[in-house]
Write a protein that binds this ligand. Structure first.
Ligand SMILES: [Zn+2]
Length: 95
């Protein structure tokens, strides 16, 4: 639907009805063929004190970032936190 001529380096332009999904991490619209992962499971929402099920649709770039964070584990998370704070970019500053 709505295919148009465009240069390879031009960003894809979505028209109403083109996107079937969106990435829940970055918020970009996605066509079905662009889905990199779907996570289906239980949700325990501690902030709102509720439980349920959740389906997360994720693009390729965000899946790569998620998998990298999983690979790096807690040590990577602590190193990122230290690096952010050394650069004066703590999460508290960004709120
Ligand atoms: Zn994404």
């Amino acid at each position: 639907m709505g295919e148009e001529c465009r240069r390879a380096d031009e960003p894809r332009r979505f028209h109403v009805g083109d996107a079937d999904n969106f990435c829940v991490v970055c918020g970009e619209p996605l066509e079905t063929w662009q889905l990199a992962a779907i996570v289906d499971g239980n949700l325990t929402d501690f902030e709102n004190r509720t439980t349920g099920t959740i389906t997360l649709t994720i693009c390729s770039e965000c899946l790569d970032a998620i998998l990298a964070h999983i690979d790096e584990g807690l040590v990577g998370a602590i190193n990122r936190y230290i690096s952010r704070n050394e650069n004066g970019d703590s999460r508290e500053d960004n709120k």
